[in-house]
Structure formats: structure tokens, C-alpha cells
Ligand binder design. Sequence first.
Ligand SMILES: [Zn+2]
Length: 474
Amino acid sequence: MRRLSVVAVLALAIAVPSRAQSTPHEKLAREIYKELIEINTVDSVGSVTKAVEALAARFKAAGFPAADIHVLIPPNAPTKGNIVVRYHGRGGAGAPKPVLLLAHLDVVAALRADWPRDPFILNEENGFFLGRGTSDDKSMASIFAANLIWMKQEGVVPDRDIILALTADEEGGASNGARWIATEHKDLIDAEYAINEGGDGALVNGKPVTNAVMAAEKVSVNFTFTALNSGGHSSMPRPDNAIYQLSKALLKVSEFEFPVVLNPVTNAYLTQSSKAQPNREFAAAEMAVVANPMDAKANAILAKDSFVHSILRTTCVATRLAGGHANNALPQTATATVNCRVEPTSSYEYVLAALQRVVGDTGVKVTMQGASRLTGVVGAPPSAVPAEFLNAVTTITKKMWGDIPVVPQMSTGATDGKYLREVGIPTFGVSGLFYEGEERNMHGRDEKIRVKSYYDGLSFLDQLVRALTVKTKM
Ligand SMILES: [Zn+2]
């Protein structure tokens, strides 16, 4: 990661204003946030179950009936608990299906020695909350929990049920809670659609410029490249060599580009982001690719932005390398992992065949990791965001941050949204949490979020959930 220059740090310190005293609703959210940050939920050493138990106690104390608080712990994984809470609506005939709120409680590891401060203490400094999970994803988890408890305290009765699911192992680990609940307890979370992480707002010089709704995700698939050779004594090299063969194959991958594939989400992204794009040449290229995905000149301009380059197509890149067995022996084996981020309408077989074609006659064998299960189209089809949802997001965005575009996005990474989409629950990433440039350092050292962003997100998600569930008050 690039380090901020002294000038940038000063600019940052000036740009982030301190905040006036919080409301009782904000105090509740901060309390839950602090409690969650300070419970270590790292896969290897932490316990998500501890966080789940703390939340269950809060919901119970707030008056939620025990029958609506489900603590779900997978067999053989006592530290990987999940919690599902149902907030009952008025129900009755014609009531729409519930809205599901999803966030994960586990966090990426953080070593005390790597951080200037304890990553498992909620620190507030210079207008930022700092600590592991302050952004990914304990901000949304605490906001959803606080908003539900706050609605209960205000005696709000929605027209439809609201379901909150806070889960384990999104960041890795063997007990992914969202997948497990979606397959084993789908009745508890079945919903018309879900709100999840993955859609943030962008700040430029402290000013909001776009808000995002994430409506599709690329899918991560790993391939193993293997070169085999009979080897021999290194004093007598021969023309064929496992390491050289593998190198040639990998260089071919580095030069290969998958064709552009647009879907309703990336189409809408290019159209909307071109409106907020200050670089007119880039904006024109975005519109040119919408008109003609094969426009080579426009594609060359867009390729300068690695995010836009990546949402237009499947990308594959070498990420790991191993080979040889002794300094004085010709290598008998050389292997590499090539990680592909596949656009969701392509099939596993298509990507495998493309890579096999790319390596050509280098003698390198390409196989898919976990191949037995992986056939057919990689993702759920990206669907356009429902009008009711997009209108609510747009209205609240305008009210809070002015006339900035709401941009539908496809994530280049992956979230648990994929497991919900697989069981037929459309999932949209939207948070109302805004970040500027390198502040967006989820998984990194000194993970952070602006204090103002956190409380704005609290208000945004409160208004959004009410707009989608409490029609009579709209
Ligand atoms: Zn996350």
C-alpha cells in the first residue's frame, strides 16, 4: 500500500471536521459498535459466537421475544455462531415478503505488533473510528442491530417483516454462516431481497460525489498450471524445462485479455458514472463502450482504471508460484495458481477452455481447483435493481448528500451476497457509508471509517429500511 505523504496527512486532518454530540440513537449504535469491535472474531483465534451471544442479550433486553431471536451454531464449529432476529410486521393478506439485512461479524486477522494501536479496541482519533472491523463489516452489523432496536423502542410496526442475519466466516474459515443458513435454515431468512455490504459512497476532497448500489458480483475461481519434466542433473541442461515452460505459459496469460461482456448492472454503472466523471475523455469512452463493447480505442482508455477494466470482463492473474526440488537438479515440477475473477454470466468450462487455449503448446496442463463441483454458469444472473429500491436509495441520497448520482455496481470481489442470490434472494449492497481514496483500507493496517460517515450511514440505513417496510408513514 502507498503511504500518505505528510502533506496528504495534513490535508486529511484539516478535511475531517469534529462532530457535535450524539443523539440517543447514535449513542446506542456506538455502544454496540464498540462492543462488537472489542470482541475478537478472527477465524483462527476469535469467537463469533461471543459476539452473537452479546447481541442476543441486547435484543432480549430490548423486548424481542425469545422465539424471534435465533442463535444458530453449526455442528462441530462452536465458535462460528450466527444470529437471526425477526422483527414482525403487521402481516396479513397481501403483505410483501420480508426484507433481509445481512452483515458479517467475523473480521480479518490483525496483529497487535503491526498496528500502532490495539486493533481490538474502538479508537476515536482525528474524526476517525479506528480498529479491526470498523469498516468491514462491524459498521453495518452494529448499524443494522441498533436501527432494529431503535425501531422497537419507537414502537414502529412495519407492513412486512424485517429479518436481521449477522453471520460468521465471510472472510474465510470453514463455516460460512450465510451459505449454511441459506441452505439449512432458508425459512428463517427467506425474503423478497436483502441489503448487504459492498456498496459505498465516494468522497472527493471530503465532498460526496457518488453513492453506490452493488447488484452483481464477479466470482473467484482458481486454476492450477502444472509443468512436468523428467529432470536430470543441472550441469547438463536440456531444451525442455518445467520452470521455463511454466514461465512461457504465464507470460501468455499476462498478455491475454478476455472479451468485454456487459450486463444490466455494468451497463448502468458506465452510464451513471460517466455523468460524475470529471475526465471528459474517460466519460466519453465509458459511453462509447456502452454503445459498442468492442470499441478498441475506448477500451484502451478505460483499461487505465483497473476497477473499470475489471468490471468489463473476466480477468485472470498469476498469484502463486512453486517449482524445482534442489539447487543442482533440473526441475521436475513447476506449478502456479492463476486466480480468475469471472464475470457472472460466463461458465466455468468457458474460462477453463480459454486458459487451455492461451497456454497452447507450452506443455503446461491447466486444471480447475475444486473442479468436481464447478460446472455451468458461475454466478446468479445480475438483475436490474427494482425500481422501488432504487427510488428509495435515490430519494434518501439526495436528501442527505445533495444531487449526486446513485451508481449501480458490480463488485470485482466477492461477498456473502452470492450465497443469497444462489437461493433466489436478490441481494443489493448499499450502506450510505462514504470513504475517500486510501481511507478505504478494509483488511489493512489501521482499518478506519470517518466518524461522520458512520453516523450518516446509521441514519441512511434507518431511513432506507423504514422506506422499504413502513409504507403507511411514507
Ligand atoms: Zn466484508
